[in-house]
Design a protein around this ligand. Structure first.
Ligand code: SAM
Length: 236
């Protein structure tokens, strides 16, 4: 149903079993989108596909919607992972919104030695990812991992997933294709020599350039994700 209001819910979706809407969702439907009981919306939860549903309740504390027809079954949405250094709040929020639109499967905030900003508010970032997943007609919502230090990210990273590390002032062409993969973007101050050494000696890390100019971290994240998506003609 192109153009329908889409909501990501956490509970199961099955015909005839009312899905609960939280306070913000009920407020959004009632006061922002001016919907009333009986109106049609689309629900998805990342597990049960997309469902046409009818609003059954809208109140100040929440609401409900009854799934009536499955519009499509669940499809896998494999995408790149994005690890990004702690940035100021507006930049982190922009990165999460655009990365979700660009099909990222997992978002991993990382503390690096030159990260000046505090660890992001993961709940706030999750709300932004949810809204972007609804808007961009995804069937899944990316997971936001708890913030970790760069060495811990590298230690826990699955070796079969290549990690493209965006490093400025280098001539390192961005490879075409090849999934699964991830992108690592540094902080406004860039990576330190120690961090660059760690990346250089990690076999699954591939340093990549995003061109001759020095991009803001958020621009680098968006540009890198667009390059990863490009060989497939866009995000999967
Ligand atoms: N302060 C650093 C400097 O002046 O050299 C620049 C850091 S840049 C603002 C923030 C992050 O964006 C970098 O750590 C890198 O991950 C990424 N980045 C920016 N421009 C890039 C480029 N041309 N190629 C690859 N990565 C880039």
């Amino acid at each position: 149903m192109p153009g329908s209001i889409r909501l990501f819910v956490t509970g199961p979706l099955t015909a005839g079993r009312e899905a609960l809407l939280d306070r913000q969702e009920a407020h959004y439907l009632r006061h922002v989108m001016r919907q009333r009981i009986g109106a049609a919306i689309v629900l998805f939860n990342g597990r049960d596909g997309a469902w046409q549903a009818r609003i059954t309740a809208l109140g100040p504390r929440g609401g409900g919607a009854l799934p009536v027809e499955q519009l499509c079954g669940q499809k896998p949405e494999p995408g790149p992972w994005l690890a990004f250094a702690h940035l100021k709040r507006p930049a982190s929020e922009l990165v999460v919104q655009k990365a979700t639109e660009l099909g990222v499967e997992r978002l991993l905030p990382v503390r690096t030695e030159r990260s000046l900003a505090a660890a992001p508010n993961v709940a706030r970032l999750a709300a932004i990812a949810k809204e972007a997943a609804e808007q961009s007609e995804r069937l899944t919502c990316p997971e936001i991992a708890p913030a970790v230090h760069l060495p811990d990210l590298i230690a826990a990273w699955p070796a079969a997933r290549r990690l493209f590390a965006a490093i400025e002032r280098r001539s390192l062409p961005f490879p075409k294709g090849g999934s699964p993969c991830g992108l690592l973007v540094g902080p406004e101050g860039g990576f330190t020599e120690g961090e660059l050494d760690l990346l250089a000696r990690t076999p699954f890390v591939r340093p990549v350039s995003l061109g001759p100019r020095i991009l803001r971290a958020e621009t680098a994240a968006i540009a890198g994700l667009a390059l990863i998506a490009a060989p497939a003609g866009g995000p999967i």
